[in-house]
Design a protein around this ligand. Structure first.
Ligand code: GAL
Length: 844
């Protein structure tokens, strides 16, 4: 079913019924483990290559896509591109003193007000696109020194991803363009830089066109790097290590490409050093010397052996790293370091998925890339935070729907032990489509977390009317993946029966929704492994227990859109068939845009198992109960809704519990409301009349009560509580201008109990060595600013993201009541310390 058809259906069919929030604290284990690994893998810069972070101290101004006079005069007359070096706005001396100062990553779309314009629905009602010329072009400028010692080096600028169309100039000279929102790109600036002098980079970013049907942001929303190398250097994304274990020994087959950008032929040799997680050298390899012609390149290969390798797995994400060194004319001219893992990942048509020969189900979620407060421009720490939230419910895999991910999301998966289905944006064998695919595969083929390449999502034409062409396009894309990486299967997320078109070429078959197809397909295609590439599309508004089209809310009792399946339905399907590898639920996090099941004033989707901030909805605990973590599944018992139903005394309230225990007994104000056996992969429910007080669920295993969960009627809000989010749990962060503290804001009643229905507006005063970079509350219908220092609580919760400066010290945050209501709330204060750290190598 196409997305357009679905949008028409949005207001029609939401199934099921009622209620509550659940803010039980998430355990810290996943994060703590990641923290330890992160500390181990912090690497020093390797000279003579310098990879400098180029994020700080940029200038920004809006342009205009139809009026050249408001677009720095760009395009006023015919001659802009007539002569090299004459773009005045791209020279050092151009006056940008009135432009705004900002640091990257930057997403200007999240800063814009919402517009009530149906056409902008996909983009979360942000005014970005051809019909909004004044907010769709952004100009960025940065001046910087190139010291005299850089004479003779190759210098390039590398972008991890910009939304969307880029024109770039250096010192008044046009360098080139890039026309997609997710793939990395670079420009070699060497010939145009002034050595021992000030230089200027100017970038025009045009977000008029989109790549998707979801919120995509606008601007330079991922990191930028300035890379300096010797003329003889390692080529971009060419170094890789493939592993094969036999008889307790791992053979590492390493390869790379060395480029000679110098004017003379040169000899070059390459060596590899393999380090274990502790940084100890465990193996080495050497390639035969070769001569490389000027402007030429050569491929080098080598083999190393690791005895008794520590395998990478979701429980023990052991990473090795390789240092690749190039020597030319007797000296080291370049080196780089990348991490890789030793593991096998097999999709079997009969036995499903196995990692290191151990069978396991893929318990996955699909995710877009934006977050509350910051849109598409996430500080690195947020990637780890988001993954820790998902891990906490037992999610062991993510799909990067529907685009090439940012490197930090992949690194987080490598380090925290989460599998990944890595998806490219454009399904096409045209040059742009193949180029996007090639950069994705080359960039990430060393990442052990990636078990599967996806060449696209729901390409109706390529599956039906244009099936013949689709088969060719698919075959070409699969061939390219196999050539660049013969170790991983290739697939795509297909909404249909997978009978023809692109599907013909795939190694394994993914089904989006449509649970009627896989059984039949399995019988007819006994050699194809099968998984759910996209499932569920269940919907819920966090902490809300009634579906109300006037308020755009969806109750928490596992409701679903007409084309989807509830959490219970899809997991009972994929979780119980031995041949099925598992699947990926749509979605882990709520995301801006595609505001399903309602349109305006909803500005984000309600598909998330957690909301835009990462606060769990009730279904989170369904997954936690049945996905669990580790060999011994943790006992889980989660009761909902909340018990604040003033005015509904005597009315029946639907009560549910998610649990993996044997039996649950419910007590309402001390009296038993009955005991129920928990069905496998199901839930238990009661209907009870409301009376203020306490509901309690007691869960037993083997006849013994082992866990209980309660909901208590609270009083009204009396004070504010401000804490660090328990998933991140750090009161001290790095003073590097990048690290963040993720704060949780709540309202407590007089007795100190969180009020699950609180909606008070809270203001934030931030002083000292940090600044507020975003706020959110997970309400899909909230059109308050993501950037103002205030936010209303949504069902008792809000989130504030604070970023450090580069000066060590303290950040003081005060939360005070802002709303007009008569009630007073005791304010709260929090101090975050920032510690001195060595800054990443960066452009000053
Ligand atoms: C799928 C699509 C997703 C999202 C989802 C909503 O068909 O792949 O991007 O639109 O539907 O249910």
């Amino acid at each position: 079913m196409s997305n357009f058809t679905r949008r028409d259906l949005l207001r029609s069919g939401i199934s099921s019924g009622l209620a509550l929030s659940a803010s039980s604290l998430l355990a810290r284990s996943a994060w703590a483990r990641a923290e330890a690994v992160l500390a181990d893998t912090a690497l020093p810069a390797i000279l003579p290559r310098e990879k400098l972070l180029f994020d700080f101290d940029w200038k920004f101004q809006f342009g205009n896509s139809v009026d050249p006079a408001k677009d720095l005069g760009f395009g006023v007359d015919q001659g802009d591109f007539a002569k090299t070096g004459e773009f005045a706005f791209a020279k050092v001396k151009f006056d940008d003193s009135k432009w705004r100062d900002l640091n990257l990553p930057h997403d200007w779309a999240v800063e814009l007000p919402f517009v009530h314009d149906h056409v902008q629905m996909s983009h979360g009602y942000k005014p970005v696109g051809r019909r909004y010329p004044e907010s769709s072009i952004g100009w960025y400028r940065r001046t910087f020194d190139i010291p005299a010692r850089d004479a003779g080096r190759r210098i390039s600028i590398d972008f991890d991803g910009v939304f969307r169309d880029v024109l770039l100039w250096v010192n008044g000279c046009f360098m080139g363009r890039n026309d997609n929102g997710y793939a990395p790109f670079h420009f070699d600036l060497t010939d145009f830089l002034a050595i021992g002098a000030r230089n200027c980079i100017t970038i025009r970013v045009d977000a008029s066109f989109g790549d998707g049907w979801f919120y995509e942001g606008a601007g330079i929303y991922r990191h930028v790097w300035l890379t300096k190398t010797d003329p003889v250097h390692l080529d971009r994304f060419e170094s890789y290590a493939r592993t094969a274990v036999s008889g307790g020994t791992c053979t590492v087959s390493a390869a790379t490409v060395v480029r000679n950008a110098g004017a003379k032929p040169t000899d070059a040799g390459v060596t590899w050093k393999i380090l274990d997680t502790a940084g100890k050298t465990v193996a080495t390899a050497e390639a035969v010397q070769q001569s490389i012609a000027p402007d030429g390149s050569a491929t080098f290969t080598g083999t190393a052996k690791i005895a008794n390798p520590s395998l990478w797995s979701v429980d023990s994400p052991n990473l090795y790293s390789a240092i690749v060194t190039v020597e030319s004319a007797g000296k080291v001219v370049d080196a780089e370091q990348f991490s890789f893992g030793v593991r096998t990942a097999v999709f079997d048509p009969e036995k499903g998925f196995s990692l290191n020969d151990k069978s396991m189900k893929i318990q996955g979620t699909c995710n877009h890339q934006d977050h509350a407060g910051v849109g598409a421009s996430l500080p690195d720490r947020l990637q780890h935070f988001r993954l820790a939230v998902l891990k906490e419910m037992g999610c062991n895999a993510v799909r990067t729907s529907h685009n090439m991910p940012t490197p930090e999301w992949v690194e987080a998966c490598d380090r925290m032990g989460v599998l990944m289905m890595c998806e490219t944006r454009q399904m096409s064998s045209n040059p742009e489509g193949l180029a996007q695919l090639a950069s994705m595969v080359k960039r990430y083929r060393n990442s052990p977390s990636i078990i599967l390449w996806s060449v696209g999502n729901e390409e109706g034409q390529m599956q039906t009317e244009m099936a013949e062409q689709g088969a060719k396009v698919g075959a070409q894309m699969v061939r390219l993946c196999h050539e660049l990486d013969p170790t991983r299967p290739v697939s795509a997320a297909v909404n249909g029966d997978n009978a023809k078109g692109v599907s013909e070429a795939f190694d394994i078959t993914g089904f989006n929704y449509n649970l009627a197809f896989p059984d039949e397909y399995h019988k007819k295609n006994p050699r194809r492994a099968i998984y759910g590439s996209e499932t569920s599309s269940a919907i819920a508004t966090r902490g809300v227990y009634s579906t109300d089209p006037l308020r755009n809310t969806v109750n928490a009792y596992d409701g679903v859109v007409p084309w989807g399946e509830t959490a219970e339905e899809w997991w009972k399907f994929y979780g119980t068939r031995e041949w099925a590898a598992g699947g990926f639920a749509w979605t882990g996090f709520d995301y801006r845009g595609e505001p399903t099941p309602y349109g305006w004033p909803s500005i984000n989707s309600q598909f998330g198992i957690v909301d835009m901030c990462g606060f769990p909805k009730d279904t989170f605990y369904y997954y936690k109960a049945w996905w669990g973590q580790g060999p011994e599944k943790e006992p889980v018992l989660h009761l909902f809704p909340h018990w604040n139903w003033e005015g509904r005394e005597g009315e029946p309230i639907k009560i549910w519990a998610y649990s993996n225990l044997d039996e649950i007994e419910l007590f309402v104000n001390g009296a038993s409301a009955g005991s129920q056996k928990v069905p496998h992969l199901g839930h238990v429910e009661w209907n009870v009349k409301y009376a203020a007080g306490l509901i309690e669920a007691r869960g037993s295993k083997d006849g013994k009560v082992v866990l209980s969960d309660k909901r208590e009627t609270t009083g009204s809000p009396a004070s504010i509580r401000l804490t660090v989010d328990p998933v991140d749990a750090r009161n001290e962060i790095n003073a590097d201008g990048e690290d963040i503290a993720i704060l949780r804001v709540e309202a407590l009643d007089k007795e100190g109990r969180p009020v699950p229905t609180a909606g008070n507006v809270i203001g934030f005063k931030v002083s000292g060595e940090g600044k507020l970079i975003g706020v959110g509350n997970g309400d899909p219908n909230c059109q308050e600013s993501d950037k103002d220092p205030k936010r209303s609580l949504f069902n008792g919760l809000a989130q504030v993201i604070i970023q450090s400066t580069k000066e060590p010290g303290e950040i003081h945050i005060e939360a005070v009541k802002e709303g007009w209501e008569g009630v007073e709330l005791t304010p709260a204060k929090l101090i975050i310390k920032t510690r001195r750290v060595e800054l990443r190598p960066q452009v000053l």
